[in-house]
Design a protein around this ligand. Sequence first.
Ligand code: NAD
Length: 242
Amino acid sequence: ADRLKGKRAVITAAAAGIGRACAIAFAREGATVIATDINESGIAGLAKEGIAETAKLDVRNTADVNAFAKRVGKIDILLNAAGFVHHGTILECSEEDFDFSFDLNVKSMHRTIRAFLPDMLAGGGGSIVNISSCAALRPPANRYVYSASKAAVSLLTRAVALDFITKGIRCNSICPGTVETPSMLDRAAAQGPQGKEMFISRQKMGRLGTADEIASMAVYLGSDESAFTTGVDLVVDGGYML
Ligand code: NAD
């Protein structure tokens, strides 16, 4: 239960789904967790899960991210979980839709990493974990801009890993398959009564993943157990890629 003992971690989008599961798992493993989300009421309940601090943070707002990082100072783990799944092909994706997806899914990570990295470097290192998606590796149908944005996340991850590889910084991404989370269930419902079955059928294991199964990988990447691992996409997908 002490795999992250002595580490300070910041998590974005911690009110729901994968981010929330990561926050709880990190705290269970002994980390001092600062859980953030744009949804304040969603993170309020995390105090009773052993989370040290919760803070409202909109990862689309550069000034807020910078001020937050300045206040928090040196951390050991930064986990970027914020993301949005746009439904549709290129023809359903307006320029506004495109910009929104890239801003929330990609530029948010640019903001948080830029804000936290200097203190991580000064403190001797740290682990950055970005939630990408299997869609970055093989696009599912109707996930045009989502797939493109997550592919950018995976390469942003590798570029950061390479540039700071001798400075104690590791940067990896997790590529989940279809995971049962509030927004995933909403997307399934929007597809009609067969929506959930359709999502399950993408997983060759025949079931959806759980947010805890993604959090297990995040704990590994945040911890020193993964000290020799940087710049990779770790796939947790129930066979989606097979
Ligand atoms: P979710 O979509 O259910 O919840 C997303 C959270 O992000 C919410 O708590 C929301 O308030 C927060 N958020 C939205 N905009 C924000 C902003 N501007 N600033 C801060 N927080 C904001 O959660 P999920 O489905 O677990 O998705 C989390 C991540 O995992 C996303 O990056 C998603 O792309 C990725 N992912 C999810 C799945 C899946 O099947 N659920 C699969 C692969 C990858």
